[in-house]
Ligand binder design. Structure first.
Ligand SMILES: Nc1ncnc2c1ncn2[C@@H]1O[C@H](COP(=O)(O)OP(=O)(O)OP(=O)(O)O)[C@@H](O)[C@H]1O
Length: 298
């Protein structure tokens, strides 16, 4: 018997998670789908829930749908990383541009459910996860979308300080975020990096603001895509930050692009590192396409 498991972060995207979930639930009930739903109650809960669901013995095929932001999706991917026969799908309800997510279903509940039904019970499609290791932390961790080092991670760390609750007006959250963002931009200093790419001679870059390493295993050549933002004047940074969020439109004199299977990023001073939008530690960081861990995406 197939059954749908849903993990929901109701407060993601300033309460958007809860609103979308209500619509998804209605749609599932209308279609008489058997499903079980679980709400996340604390950071890290989605990972624990995903792992628990994976070990339930009663069902032949399990499909896990995450409803939440990038952080929730990352936790589910990590929770299921050791289980290779579980399909997963995501309805992105976070506060950022949804093009950030590689694996999202539509955030329109009707379209998402329609897609889900077309793919459900079809042969599994596996995509290799990205894998990272940061200094001072044991074990491997996985990401589905991107790892960022430098200014990008400092901005996210600032953003996470803005408490997102259902009672908080999104507009207040955005205002607090913009004030925080300008403060970080004003005080941030660029840095130098050394990149070891696919075990070749290190490449050095100066005046770097941030680096984004994206998992392109779902598309194109299956490699990591590396984007280095450097040498720009401080005032140019805001448009550059926005530009990096627009896929395929990154040609710019301040942007260096590389492609590889594995990269070690060393910085001349300690910089924050984030994976899929959650700050996970400090540089240096080793990032590669996993050789063994796949996510089966709907
Ligand atoms: N009930 C909860 N209470 C507090 N934190 C939670 C809860 N459920 C999940 N979290 C944590 O909140 C963090 C942010 O969640 P998530 O990324 O899903 O939403 P978001 O920040 O609105 O989305 P995005 O980052 O894509 O804008 C995650 O690290 C997650 O572990």
């Amino acid at each position: 018997m197939s059954v749908l498991f849903l993990i929901i972060h109701r407060e993601s995207g300033y309460g958007r998670g809860s609103k979308i979930w209500k619509k998804v639930k209605k749609e599932l009930e209308k279609r008489k789908v058997s499903f079980r739903s679980f709400y996340t109650e604390y950071p890290g809960h989605a990972e624990a829930l995903a792992r628990q669901i994976a070990t339930i013995q009663d069902y032949r095929l399990k499909t896990v749908i995450g409803i939440g932001g990038e952080g929730t999706i990352n936790e589910i991917v990590n929770g299921l990383s050791s289980f290779d026969k579980i399909q997963m799908g995501f309805i992105y309800t976070g506060s950022r541009n949804k093009s950030l997510t590689n694996f999202s279903l539509s955030s329109d509940p009707k379209k998402a459910i329609k897609h889900l039904f077309q793919r459900w019970n079809a042969p599994l499609k596996g995509y290799y996860l990205g894998e990272y290791r940061v200094e001072g932390k044991s074990g491997k961790n996985y990401f589905f979308n991107r790892v960022g080092i430098g200014l990008d991670a400092s901005i996210l760390s600032q953003e996470k300080m803005v408490v997102k609750t259902k009672s908080d007006l999104p507009i207040l959250g955005h205002v607090r975020f913009i004030v925080g963002l300008l403060k970080v931009l004003w005080n941030y200093e660029f840095f130098s990096i050394s990149l070891e790419i696919d075990q070749e001679q290190p490449l050095e870059f100066d005046s770097v603001w941030f680096i984004i390493v994206s998992n392109r295993s779902t598309t194109r050549d299956g490699n990591l895509h590396v984007l280095i933002i450097k040498e720009a004047k401080r005032l140019k940074l805001l448009p550059l930050l926005l530009l990096t969020k627009v896929r395929n439109k990154t040609k710019n004199e301040f942007i260096e692009e590389l492609s590889c299977k594995e990269i070690t990023v060393k910085t001349d001073s300690i910089r924050l590192v984030h994976a899929d939008g959650d700050v996970i530690g400090e540089s240096p960081v080793i990032i590669k396409i996993s050789e063994s861990h796949k996510a089966c995406i709907l």
